[in-house]
Design a protein around this ligand. Sequence first.
Ligand code: TRP
Length: 341
Amino acid sequence: MSDEQPTYTGPERVFSGVQPSGNLTLGNYLGAIKRFVEMQDRHDCVYCVVDMHAITVWQDPTDLARATREVTAAYMAAGLDPKRSILFNQSKVLAHAELAWIFNCVARMGWMERMTQFKEKSGKHKERASLGLFAYPALMAADILAYKATHVPVGEDQKQHVELSRDIAQKFNNDYQRPGFFPLPEPVIQGAATRVMSLRDGAKKMSKSDPSDMSRINLTDDHDAIAAKFRKAKTDPHPLPAHESELEGRPEARNLLGIYAALADEELVTVLDKFAGAQFSQLKGELTELTIAKLTPITEEVTRLMADEGEIDRILEDGAARARAITEPIMAEVRQIVGFV
Ligand code: TRP
């Protein structure tokens, strides 16, 4: 997209969100949580458990509350420091809902209708989807822009939504003749496993909602489950290749090697080198060991943290207070720009 506006000159800030779901997968960990944790050393980061996004499809209230705390615990167990970064749940900071409404009035129906996630999630019965599901990307733009965030680490599947946020920011700046007021946020997509795929089908994303539990590694799986899932994971009949170009058309090989690389913090080329010519069984054995070694401490820490809900709630409240301190002056200016008296 061409950027004709004077560039935003404010500070850099990272924002990202994760939907609260009780069943966090290896995909959530490698594709999101682990990368968010890595960014906190170099950036000013705001991480949000997006409970308002979650209810765009029905959520049992008890499950939602538990999942919100569990995702918070998972972030901390993975090394996120809630003192250095801001960690909170979306519904505690009203700026998200307020700015989302304004953005509902900036975004165009045609833009929203192009969103592939809505098409996928609403399926054949679009008329039965919630209005919130349709407006989901405008709330996401509000999440990001209420903080004037400049960088948004996301998985490949969320790139279109971040691009929509740029369009909304640009149109707001243009319509209200405030060039450079909102930054045009950039998606940050990096790492060996930004897209962790199903263990049963290398063409589908690893998902907590897949009917087959064998398709995913859950952060709560025990050692036997992890071993069984990798043992039964789909493969192809060829030995593992030496070069990335030979992964073309071999999505299962790419996925398993990518997971290994991400867990081991190695480049894909290094991992290709290590397993070149080997059978899948060898990769699966080593992948099982590595996964158990990396996930066990996290799972144990989540269990420990979940034993003290009061402490998790205090952390979320502290994060929310610091979040409000950022959004309040921005929202005061937004209201004035829009003409709200
Ligand atoms: N839609 C994102 C997802 O499903 C979650 C999300 C909500 C988000 N708000 C965000 C991600 C803001 C980045 C920035 O993964």
